[in-house]
Design a protein around this ligand. Structure first.
Ligand code: WT7
Length: 645
């Protein structure tokens, strides 16, 4: 393949790594040559982490959709860009060729234009996993509008907050979404989110589930009608065209909201040039993508994994991306294996939580499924336990597929630490080595590099990165100071990831989990403060404290300690009410797994909740709770221990 820059052997990995650190401008300038630029950049990199200011390919002009679509048309017009597997296996598969993708994206770009969307406008996308979601994302990119995709599991309130923060005037949604045996009424959730909203002008609704919807005159329009009209505008004598808007390398491409340690989700902003280079580079190198390979990333496009490894990475590489509408356990726990068999999937990229949940069904669902097309397996989202790693390796990969354990974050745009399939060594449970261009550093709580090994022979510390890579976030939308304090102020001149890690004598990294108040539940990031805020919205709740605890399938579960108004006596009903409240405020993904009613919370004399103690109790520890002498009322600890569920 002409386009990507691929590392093909171990020596090259090491020499590229060295080059990327010694002269990042030369290295990334060289990688970036493999893309279509309307105008070349003036400077590859300019940065400081104090503001922070990070500019990649300054002065470069491009449109990312020309790189993801147009440039492939000459040689790959009839090759599948997207293979869509519907929720219901009986329904027809859709194969979207590059030519068809081009047409649909041009049409949808025209629809956006017809509806008044301009370059720089924010467009909120709240859809299920249908190809139209990819068209919507790419249609925005084609006209230089900034997309902000919201995962279908978020509530009306969460959407309202995000719309407000992004000042989005446009929404693209579906009547509903199919997920397993459920039908989620997306449009009606949007309607709730829009009560009192004065900014949104247009809502474009794609028909998927035929759930009844109310269409507001002047505001709501049907996708199908709009597309039909746009077709007459973009297609003349069988030739399709919609000129792509020229964007600057540093123009925002999208906003994606993610949880942090404070109550309010942040709008992580990624820009065009650097993100394109990074997703493409990490995609072709981590997975060692070869032309014709079918890549199946099981994530939802509502998360960064879907943005980078269903849409932008694979398409910029001229790849074939398999998009799955449903869930791994419906109609049965063999669904992934059916899909691999049916579409001859070569690369499977999923989350440890999915592997653990499928492990629970044993190997019967794998029987009779031909998985011989698989060449490479991947995991993402959370640390993978060795048991799950081996199960994946033996039963899915049949011990012949390298497994890449890819560590990264919404903020990093793409993979930062991972083995490269078949090129660098794997180590179960370890993400292993940094990608070229990535300089990890483990620091202690004062920001000093950890240079002493611990009792197990590892370097252990907080994971930071020393210098920018092309896919790093540029800001948090509308609040640059928040970006600085969140990521660049904890340790001077370092990007702080929020993760703890260990490093072995080979320089391999193992990410051990978050060291801040962020939970990782089934690979989804949830802030404890956010869940507490939601619980506290319930009229009867006086105070709450939320911590994570080890959960066999989800990785972490949510444990909530709640002080409740004495007037209420029915614990079960009250718990359900609290769950309902959290579902309302954040969405079903943030529902606590356990709720324990308590009379008091362990607090210091200055009123700070001692979460360390609550975490230990939630983990099942009763003896070594550490120093409790600074507690205002040490008795509450005994009471909490007794009531543990
Ligand atoms: C957090 C980022 C990266 C896309 C999906 C999640 C955890 C991610 C791994 C891994 C151990 C991992 C980290 C990170 N994480 N990948 N391979 N091993 N932990 O994106 O929602 O931004 O969450 O997920 O804790 O900080 P996200």
């Amino acid at each position: 393949m002409a386009y990507p820059y691929q590392v093909t052997n171990l020596e090259q990995y090491h020499s590229d790594y060295k080059k990327s650190i010694e002269d990042p401008e030369a290295f990334w300038g060289n990688v970036a040559e493999n893309f279509v630029w309307r105008k070349k950049w003036d400077r590859v990199l300019d940065w400081n982490f104090t503001e922070p200011k990070i500019e990649w390919f300054r002065g470069g002009k491009l449109n990312i959709t020309e790189n993801c679509i147009d440039r492939h048309l000459e040689t790959m017009a009839d090759k599948p860009a997207i293979i869509w597997e519907p929720n219901n296996p009986e329904e027809r598969v859709r194969v979207v060729t590059y030519a068809r993708l081009h047409k649909r994206v041009c049409q949808f770009a025209q629809v956006l234009k017809n509806n008044g969307v301009k370059k720089g406008d924010r467009v909120c996308i709240y859809m299920g996993m249908v190809p139209e979601l990819a068209y919507a994302v790419l249609g925005c990119a084609r006209i230089g509008a900034i997309h902000s995709v919201i995962f279908g599991g978020f509530s009306a309130q969460s959407i309202a907050d995000r719309l407000e923060d992004a000042q989005a005037a446009f929404i693209v949604t579906c009547d509903g979404a199919f997920r397993g045996n459920k039908d989620i009424p997306l449009k009606s959730i949007i309607d709730d989110a829009l009560i009192g909203n004065k900014v949104v002008q247009k809502v474009i609704v794609f028909t998927r589930t035929r759930t009844p919807v109310s269409m507001l005159k002047g505001r709501d329009v049907w996708w199908e009608d709009e597309m039909e009209f746009a077709e007459t505008q973009v297609e003349k004598d069988g030739v399709v065209s919609f000129p792509a808007e020229e964007t600057d390398a540093e123009d925002a491409l999208f906003i994606l909201y993610t949880s942090g340690s404070t109550g309010k989700p942040k709008g992580v902003v990624h820009t065009t040039g650097g993100y394109m280079v990074w997703t493409n580079y990490t995609f072709v190198n981590t997975f060692q993508y070869q032309p014709g390979d079918v890549h199946f990333c099981t994530a939802d496009i509502g998360w960064i994994t879907g943005h980078s490894y269903i849409v932008y990475g694979p398409l910029s590489a001229g790849g074939t991306s398999l998009m799955f509408e449903g869930i791994p356990t419906w109609p049965d726990a063999g669904r992934f294996w059916d899909i691999v068999d049916k579409h001859k999937v070569n690369i499977l990229y999923t989350a440890p939580t999915a592997i653990r949940s499928l492990m629970g069904f044993g190997t019967a669902p794998l029987q009779g499924k031909d998985l011989s097309s698989l060449k490479i397996l991947g995991t993402v989202g959370e640390p993978i336990n060795e048991e799950a790693w081996h199960w994946y390796n033996e039963n899915v990969g049949k011990k012949k597929c390298p497994i890449v354990d890819t560590w990264w974050q919404t903020e990093t745009g793409g993979v930062l630490i991972s083995n490269l399939a078949g090129i660098t060594d794997a180590k179960p449970g370890w993400a292993t080595l940094p990608m070229p261009g990535v300089q990890p550093l483990l620091v202690d709580e004062h920001g000093k590099e950890v240079t002493q090994k611990d009792e197990n022979g590892f370097y252990k510390g907080n994971l930071c990165i020393k210098a920018p890579w092309p896919g790093i976030l540029r800001t948090t939308y509308g609040d640059h100071e928040r970006c600085r304090t969140n990521y660049f102020a904890t340790y001077e001149n370092l990007y702080f990831t929020g993760d703890g890690a260990i490093k072995d004598e080979n320089g391999f990294y193992r990410i051990t989990g978050r060291v801040d108040d962020v939970l990782n539940v089934s690979g989804h990031r949830i802030g404890t403060a956010e869940v507490e805020n939601a619980i506290n919205m319930h009229a009867g709740v006086i105070e709450s404290a939320v911590v994570g605890y080890p959960h066999d399938i989800k990785g972490q579960g949510i444990y909530a300690y709640v002080i409740f108004d004495k007037k209420h006596t029915d614990d079960d009903l009250t718990k359900k009410d609290i769950l309902q409240t959290v579902t309302r405020i954040i969405g079903p993904i943030a529902k606590p797994d356990k709720i324990q009613f308590v009379k008091g919370l362990p607090k210091t004399r200055s009123g700070k909740i001692m979460r360390r103690i609550l975490r230990k109790i939630a983990e099942g520890e009763t003896q070594n709770l550490g120093d409790t002498s600074t507690l205002l009322d040490p008795d509450v600890v005994d009471e909490i221990k007794e009531g543990k569920i």
